[in-house]
Design a protein around this ligand. Structure first.
Ligand SMILES: Cc1ncc(COP(=O)(O)O)c(C=O)c1O
Length: 171
């Protein structure tokens, strides 16, 4: 998936590599793979990594704040696949070293991103669309945007881990 994404990005941009990658995080294994890929020692072009979690299942964000892997009490979310209270033990050291910014989003923000993507004929469920919601969030946060060096020349890869499915629409 990661090698294919690299290839598609170069084709789509005329040989400009990704500058940022956004990945959903539950127990952290997908984010671990994405982080290890873009931050591999031998890789020519490194990308900043943004991880996104539900507000009520933010074990990565809380662990980054604590400087150690911590367990959080989670609540129901439409992002079911991201509803994890503890990180994978192998993922944590990789994420600690490699995640540039951790973002949390609400169910309403995830749902809005599902709708945006659907309107653009992209099939994404709440976990998949979470990465678009995270991009919007960092773009509205001057500090995070500056820290990440996000600007008009950025090439951002949004990893979508879930196709459109039924879920209870947040009210
Ligand atoms: C749809 C979906 N997206 C993302 C993830 C997150 O994967 P990980 O638990 O490796 O962080 C999961 C996990 O089950 C999932 O079901």
């Amino acid at each position: 998936m990661l090698a294919e994404a690299d290839k598609q990005v170069l084709q789509a941009t005329g040989e400009i590599a990704a500058t940022h990658a956004i990945v959903p995080c539950g127990a952290g294994s997908v984010a671990e793979a994405v982080t290890a890929h873009y931050k591999a020692p031998g890789r020519e072009s490194r990308a900043a990594i943004i991880a996104v979690e539900p507000t009520d299942a933010a074990c990565l964000q809380e662990s980054l704040k604590a400087g150690q892997s911590v367990t959080v009490q989670t609540k129901d979310t439409i992002m079911n696949g991201l509803n994890c209270g503890t990180l994978s033990t192998t993922a944590w050291p990789v994420l600690k070293a490699g995640i540039d910014v951790s973002v949390v989003i609400s169910d309403a923000e995830s749902h809005a991103a599902v709708r945006d993507l659907t309107a653009n004929r992209i099939s994404a469920g709440p976990c998949g669309a979470a990465t678009l919601a995270a991009l919007k969030k960092v773009c509205f946060d001057a500090d995070a945007k500056g820290k990440l060096g996000l600007d008009d020349s950025s090439v951002v890869v949004l990893y979508c881990t879930e196709g459109l499915r039924d879920y209870p629409v947040p009210t």
